[in-house]
Write a protein that binds this ligand. Structure first.
Ligand code: BGC
Length: 270
């Protein structure tokens, strides 16, 4: 593994929902920046194990851990396994998330509940477990100015309303205030909590929006930058937010969206 720029060397990171999409890219990027990786997955064991192997083959350290982030006991176990293996936790990327889309009138309570459970309660449980760990382990200011770093994976839909996806948008609006309130509460202990709000990133969650040319053209009308995002775009942002390069950044939501939140529909209207 390159010795070039390894701002996360000797640090341990846990990335939830890391078997595919944004989570996998974030795990790869953090590992390339020198972190030991706990690669969490819920249902997709093989890709998570392959990713952990890939990191190890590249000279890094990694362990795949199954846990449904909405299950309190499972989250506690995941944290124990991470600390048993790597000795500590420095970085949490609370990334696991899903969509259960439906028109509002047809949305079942189960559709609502599952999205809130995973996207919002899951972040609560993972953040709480991480903060408890940060506070009980030795501080190492020579490696990280902050005592611990949390990145909450949100979405442009923390601020952009989204018809047909009210459960998802509500969960991400919740993530925004979870992140900011936590940042305020924990800043005195030098724990930094920030968010990343991705726009349309090419992952399995939104395949229907990019897999045909027609769908992609419709999507691109919402993106001033003129291209769909790639998971690596988010990986780079995560490395920065996890490292001392962003030490003075706390409670921020970093939009990585090619300008989607610039509301391009207003460019020649309104
Ligand atoms: C959603 C994607 C969507 C994107 C932009 C994300 O949070 O998961 O399905 O393409 O926001 O609308």
């Amino acid at each position: 593994m390159s010795q070039a720029h390894r701002p996360l060397r000797e640090q341990t990171a846990l990335v939830t929902g890391a078997s595919s999409g944004i989570g996998a890219a974030v795990a790869r990027a953090l590992a390339a920046a020198g972190a030991a990786l706990a690669v969490n997955y819920s249902g997709q064991r093989e890709p998570a194990e392959r990713l952990a192997d890939e990191i190890v083959q590249g000279g890094g350290q990694a362990l795949s851990i199954q846990a449904d982030v909405s299950d309190e006991q499972a989250v506690e176990r995941m944290m124990r396994e991470t600390v048993e293996r790597f000795g500590r936790l420095d970085i949490l990327v609370a990334n696991a998330g899903l969509q259960r889309d439906a028109a509002f009138v047809d949305m079942t309570l189960a559709d609502w509940q599952r999205v809130i459970d995973v996207n919002l309660t899951g972040q609560f449980l993972c953040c709480r477990a991480a903060v408890r760990q940060f506070l009980q382990q030795a501080d190492r200011p020579e490696l990280s100015r902050a005592r611990g770093k949390i990145i909450c994976m949100s979405s442009v839909h923390e601020i952009i309303p989204w018809a047909g996806h009210v459960n998802y948008a509500a969960s991400k609006g919740g993530v925004l205030m979870l992140m900011k309130s936590l940042a305020q509460e924990l800043a005195p202990q030098r724990i930094r909590v920030n968010g990343i709000a991705p726009g349309a990133i090419r992952t399995p969650i939104n395949r229907a929006a990019w897999e045909t040319d027609e769908a992609l053209q419709r999507l691109l009308a919402l993106i001033p930058h003129g291209r769909i995002g790639e998971p690596e775009d988010i990986g780079k942002a995560a490395v920065w937010l996890a490292s001392d390069d962003s030490d003075y950044v706390n409670g921020a939501s970093l939009f990585v969206d090619g300008g989607m939140t610039l509301y391009p529909g207003f460019e020649d209207n309104g």
